[in-house]
Structures are given as C-alpha cells and as structure tokens.
Ligand binder design. Structure first.
Ligand code: TXA
Ligand code: MG
Length: 341
C-alpha cells in the first residue's frame, strides 16, 4: 500500500478514506493520531495491527461536537460539562462511563468507560465532521516509540501500513493530552499533559493527581501506562537540574562513541562541546522543550553512531509535569551519573 500525504485542501479525500474503513493519520495540537472510524470494528482492529499495540490498551475517541459525546457516553456529569466548556477544543481527554453497546470492545479494550477528546486543530475537526463519525486515534507511532509530532515521523513508522496522513506541519504542544478520569466520584489525572492540574482544579476543585505514579505491583488505571514508551533504540538518561554541564561534556569526551545531548539553547551555547557530543536544542523554555522532546529522541534514533542520549531534566510542575512524565518513561527512570564508566 502506498501511503498518501493529504494536503489541507484534500480533507474531503481523507474523510472519504475514513468512511471507507481505511486508516488515515491526522494532526492535532499535541501529537499526530492514527485515525479510523470509531464505529467500524474492522477499521479499529487495523489500528492495533498497524501500531503493534496490545489489544487491552483502549483508544481515545476524537469528537467534533458535544453531541458526538452524548451518542456514546452514558451521561455527561456536571464537572465534565464545566471542563468541556473551559478547555474544549483543547488538550484535555475526559473519561466517562460508556453507553452500553454503543462502541465496540475493540475501542474500549473491554473497559466500561470511554476516553473523549475534542482536539484544538481545525483540519481534524473538519475531517471528523466530513466523515460524520468520531475517529479513534492513538498516537500514530509504532508502539513503544516516541509519539510523532510531524507527518514525516508518522511516515517513518507507518509508511505502507496506512492509507494516508493529513499533513498540517509540526504540532504545537508536542506532548499528548492530559487524561482525566471522571467515570467515578473521585476525579483522577491518569496522564499529565498540556492542561495542568492547577487549571483543572480551578474549575472542579481538588483532584487526586497521583494515579499516574504507579507502583511496581499495582495495576495502572490507564492500561497504556504499564507499557514501555517513548523509547529510542539506545539508552536515554535524564540530566538533573543541578548538574554541571561541563562535567557532562567531560564524561562524553571519555566515551568511545557519540552521545546525543538534548538541552535548552542557553545550556548548549555555554559549553565548547567535545567532538563526541551531537547537539539538539530544546529551545528556550518548558513549552519549547515539550514541543521538541519527541522530535529530538527520533532525530538521534536514526543516527547509527549515537549510542546514548542525555536529556535535560526540568522542574516537574505545570507543563513540566507532562514533560518529565514522558522523559522519565523514555529514560526508563535512569539519571545521568558522571561516575558511571
Ligand atoms: O494527545 C493525545 O491524547 C493523542 C492525540 C492523537 O489525540 N492521543 C494519544 O492516544 O496519546 P494514546 O492512545 O497514545 O494514549 C491514550 C492513553 C493510553 O494510555 C490509554 O491507555 C488511555 O489513554 N486510555 C484510553 N481510554 C481509556 C479508558 N477508557 N480508561 C483509562 N485509560 C484510557
Ligand atoms: Mg501513545
């Protein structure tokens, strides 16, 4: 199969492909998603196949109206309505109880809940409206790899496996949406994202944030959290905020291979890096860093002579909570330590 790149003036064709049960990757403000008609069970099954995704990991249902949520949710509680009013379209995914029998088990991974997202990306809202159905969309990467923030990243992972990619250029936010569970009386953030805990609390009051920190023997509430994620083919380590970058460079100079360095521009500019260091700028602040994190990991993943990647750690507050959550998973929890030979 030849994977077609749809331009923004070809949304009609992309919508037709979705209606025909084909897979079309779509842009959002966070990352690219792998789209299929949420009401077509065969199409949804193919999403799992194309990604290599475990079948117990449910998919987000992307909608372009609250009416679409009403078709599939058992009810929309008041707190959910308030949050939708405040943050939709936007990077907040809301989990609600499913209207029994309304969507297949393939979408929900057998759970009695569904995750809804109204992306802040007009081309994709047009795509959903033209297709006339909600569109399931996990991130459009091969399972385990960093999420795609450009159409080229999607093409790299899924060329030949999907009908097309709707290209809207690089995504703005760069880390996936906040996942908030409102299916029980105790709201919980299952995945931190661009809509912060403080922003959500300003609308619905105090919430239990800690569900996304899952202990070794606990079952995660979001099934996706138990799998290795965002991982390039070589080891990644976090460089903690107090680290002396001069020492980092000394360590790099001693290695028999090249090392990828991802840090803010201001840090990269401070040091006369050794020949072994291959640099990738994370920009000026936490929002730039979030937008560039996955792109940087992918940049190094494609370079055979880079055998390790060091990434600047940031304060885990606000958007930094989302950035550090993704970086921690990518690094498998490893931190840079200059004493390690
Ligand atoms: O920004 C985003 O959310 C992107 C774009 C494409 O919209 N999508 C995305 O989808 O990140 P995905 O499938 O890569 O991540 C969805 C996460 C997974 O960890 C999944 O386990 C969890 O949400 N999830 C989905 N439905 C759920 C449900 N009913 N209950 C609990 N967790 C759920
Ligand atoms: Mg994903």
């Amino acid at each position: 199969m030849e994977t077609k790149i749809f331009k923004l003036n070809e949304i009609d064709q992309a919508a037709q492909a979705i209606k025909n049960g084909q897979l079309v990757a779509f842009p959002t403000e966070t990352v690219y998603g792998l789209g299929a008609d949420a009401t077509n069970e065969d199409a949804v099954k193919n999403v799992y196949l194309a990604k290599g995704r475990p079948s117990d990991n449910p998919l987000i249902v992307h909608v372009a109206s609250i009416e679409m949520v009403e078709r599939y949710a058992a009810e929309i509680p008041d707190n959910a309505r308030q949050l939708m009013k405040q943050f939709w379209p936007g990077s907040l995914t809301i989990i609600l109880k499913i209207k029994p029998g309304s969507l297949s088990k393939t979408v929900t991974g057998g759970l009695e809940t569904v995750a809804f997202r109204f992306p802040d990306c007009q081309p994709t809202l047009d795509l959903i409206l033209k297709a006339g159905v909600p569109i399931v969309g996990p991130s459009a990467n091969t399972s385990g790899k960093p999420s795609p923030t450009t159409a080229q990243h999607v093409y790299h992972d899924l060329n030949g496996k999907i009908a097309g990619i709707l290209d809207n250029g690089p995504t703005r936010v760069g880390v996936e949406s906040t996942v908030l569970d409102l299916s029980t009386s105790q709201p919980a953030i299952l995945r931190p994202g661009a809509v912060t805990k403080a922003q959500i609390e300003s609308v619905i009051g105090s919430i239990d944030l800690d569900r996304h920190h899952v202990g070794k023997n606990e079952t995660p509430k979001a099934p996706g959290m138990k799998y290795r994620h965002y991982a390039p083919g070589v080891p990644v380590a976090i460089v903690d905020p107090q680290t002396d970058w001069q020492m980092v460079d000394k360590w790099i100079a001693d290695q028999p291979f090249k090392v990828g360095v991802m840090a803010e521009k201001q840090i990269l500019d401070q040091i006369a890096w050794s020949d072994n260091a291959v640099l990738y700028s994370l920009g000026d602040d936490v929002s730039d860093a979030s937008a560039h994190l996955f792109g940087g990991l992918r940049f190094f993943d494609d370079q055979a002579d880079v055998k390790a990647i060091l990434v600047q750690g940031l304060k885990a507050a606000g958007l930094g909570a989302a950035y550090m959550n993704r970086l921690n998973k990518s690094a498998g929890g490893h931190h840079f330590d200059a004493s390690v030979k």
